[in-house]
Design a protein. Sequence first.
Length: 273
Amino acid sequence: MKTSKVMLLFGLLLLMVIPSTIFAQNENQRPAYITVTTGHWNMDYENFDRKEWIAVEKEFLDKVAKKNEFIIRSFVFLHRFTPDNTEIIFVTTYSSWDNIDKASQRNDELAKEAWPDEAERKAYFKERNAYYADTHSDEIYVPIAGAKMLAPSDKEMIWLVVKGHFAFPEDGSRKEFDALSKEYLDNVINKNEYIKGYYQHGHAWGADRTEYVRAFVIESMGDLDKMGKRSTELFKEHWSDEDKRKEFGKKMGKYFTGKHGDYIYTSVPELTK
């Protein structure tokens, strides 16, 4: 197997699905679930202004989301290179399944506290909702161990999201998989200076139980190619013997279908909890 094929297999690298400190603010706030809502811009909205949109969303963030004790973190991402330029992604993390429902109820309570006058509340949400189309989709994921934590920053970052699929091999084992996964993370992902953050999620609730999502956080589009080249260098450095690279690739390759899709988003730091 050529190195490029081995690297493709690791483009679908999956770790066992167990809670980790992904997106955590401190040791007492470890998310157990992540909801991802894919919304869409209202393309008929004629008066769109990015600063005004951020101001409207930030008002909700400050008055509601940041005060909601059932929400650990929340993020907003915009389309950069994906099949749909209308996409806007809302990501929220929770410490338990029950807290997903509790957070929704708490949002309603906090909204009424923030806008006690019903007319004013309706006017605000009418303005907010005008930015978006009525259609959206929801997925729920479980954090997977092995995150490379992104340092706090007010800077826009590029998020490369790789969606792969697990193959469920009959001759696979958790022990083998854990060992292979950890070795790759320790010697490639964590040593790659262009990867500022790395997160991975497994399916919990949604349309495809085989889905596995990884997110690479980098500083610029120019660093995308550099990240890939550096990962190849690190891969060859750790597995300097070609036969060992082939053996490693063969062992890990059986856990994946070989199919994946790539999506690139830009973070909106002003709208991050």
